[in-house]
Design a protein around this ligand. Structure first.
Ligand code: PLP
Length: 440
């Protein structure tokens, strides 16, 4: 593969964008701040590939940060959206596809009720309001380095773009963002992921005041972190104190299995949040779970939550087509896992050959290659000392060779159904050259 140097068109667009949009992007990680260089402006996407405005083609491992599990511009999804388009784009009244998607989601996940919103952020925010409404309690618990969207009370020790922009440093002060009043942040208690004793202690002291514990059932937003069985057991114990257990499956839902991490790991959360894949590349989020809890949501119950564009017919059509495609191809999850496993082994081999320490965490179609030698990375605290400079150099080495990795050390990459041996081999070849380059 040749090195792709010219970024004239991306540079021109980035400069125009910066004049009219903060930082030139509409979501922070896209700015390439932690890896440097000019963010590539994308002209089109097809299957496993992105093509930028300078005409460079990349094997894509970002997958729009999760939704594109079928690959870009999948014909079934495209045709479903096109079909919906002919009948109007928004009604502000209930419509058939909302019922169909809700029925499919409840069938696949076992959730008894589901409410659609427009993003993962809205889903977690609404689920927490519901938990507070049901319990009459104020406090919530989240875990260090987990990300649940950008609602005020969740920007506390938060992962994803907040880690990226701070180059791996979590803010020592409670809110991870300016503009979040301490009073809001003080209602969010933070515990260490994969530390069952710390969670048990917190529950023993304050369980009676806590409305909900929200968690990423497999973390993707601090890089991939896999939960231990002991931690999962401690999470389920919080229910004994009347606490609502909320699994944030915005990333893992329909990705780790048809029933997400809940199905894969045998979890029993009270409520779940979805996003990303549930909208098939259009803006959809959802929350759902037990009927006795969900019946607190307006207009059935007293917890208010609404949305002008919620249940949008184009978005519902894209979500339905995506979930139906996944349901019709159950072997897909094994295919994705096989690719991911081979990618992990190949990366470990070529990093070792280049004399670089690397720890690869992966599960299903999610993977993070941490630039650190460690026997086991289970918490953000363990991942944080990763060599972000070496990662940035490796990222640029990949990009120049036509591989679009996630532009941050502390993110998961995503494999899609469109990734085949061709892409795997091209990726491993590029990765090997990039590792050699980093260590020279
Ligand atoms: C992406 C993500 C969110 C936020 O979803 P948006 O659609 O970006 O608002 C919340 N939780 C998790 C686990 C996520 O990965």
């Amino acid at each position: 593969m040749t090195t792709q140097a010219a970024t004239t068109q991306s540079e021109a667009l980035f400069s125009r964008a910066r004049a009219v949009t903060p930082g030139g992007v509409n979501s922070p990680v896209r700015a390439f701040k932690s890896v440097g260089g000019v963010p590539r402006f994308i002209a089109s996407a097809q299957g496993a590939y992105l093509t930028d405005v300078d005409g460079h083609r990349y094997v894509d491992y970002v997958g729009s940060w999760g939704p594109m599990i079928l690959g870009h511009n999948h014909p079934a999804v495209r045709e479903a959206i096109a079909g919906a388009l002919l009948t109007g784009t928004s009604f502000g009244a209930p419509s058939p596809r909302e019922v169909e998607l809700a029925e499919l989601v409840t069938e696949l996940t076992g959730a008894e009720r589901v409410r659609f919103v427009n993003s993962g952020t809205e889903a977690t925010m609404s689920a927490l309001r519901l938990a507070r409404g049901v319990t009459g309690r104020k406090f919530i618990v989240k875990f260090r380095g987990n990300y649940h969207g950008h609602a005020d009370g969740l920007l506390v020790e938060a992962g994803s773009g907040l880690l990226t922009n701070a180059e791996g440093q979590l803010g020592a002060a409670a809110p991870s963002s300016a503009g979040v009043p301490e009073e809001y942040a003080s209602l969010t208690l933070v515990s260490e992921y994969n530390d069952p004793a710390a969670l048990d202690r917190l529950m023993a002291e304050r369980g009676h005041e806590i409305a909900a514990v929200i968690f990423e059932p497999v973390v993707g937003n601090a890089g991939v972190l896999i939960p231990t069985p002991a931690f999962l057991a401690a999470l389920h114990r919080v229910k004994d104190a009347g606490v609502v257990l909320i699994a944030d499956e915005v990333m893992t839902g329909f990705r780790l299995s048809l029933n997400g991490a809940t199905g894969l790991l045998g979890l029993q959360p009270d409520l779940r949040c979805w996003g990303k894949i549930i909208g098939g590349g259009l803006p959809v989020g959802a929350y759902g779970g037990r009927a006795d809890l969900m019946d607190f949501v307006s207009p059935q119950g007293p917890v208010y939550q609404a949305g002008t564009l919620s249940g949008n017919p184009l978005a519902m059509a894209a979500g339905l087509a995506t979930l139906k495609e996944l349901q019709a191809n159950p072997g897909l999850y094994t295919q994705l896992e096989t690719y991911t496993g081979q990618l992990a082994e190949g990366l470990k081999d070529s990093a070792r050959a280049a004399g670089l320490p690397l720890t690869v965490n992966h599960i299903g179609s999610m993977l993070t290659a941490f630039f650190i030698g460690a026997p086991d990375i289970r918490t953000y605290t363990q991942a944080a000392p990763s060599d972000t400079k070496a990662f940035a150099a490796w990222f640029q080495g990949l990009l120049g060779r036509g591989v679009y990795w996630a532009p941050s050390q502390f993110e998961s990459i995503f494999i899609s159904a469109a990734h085949t041996d061709t892409e795997l081999n091209a990726t491993l070849e590029a990765a090997q050259a990039a590792f050699q380059e980093v260590n020279s």
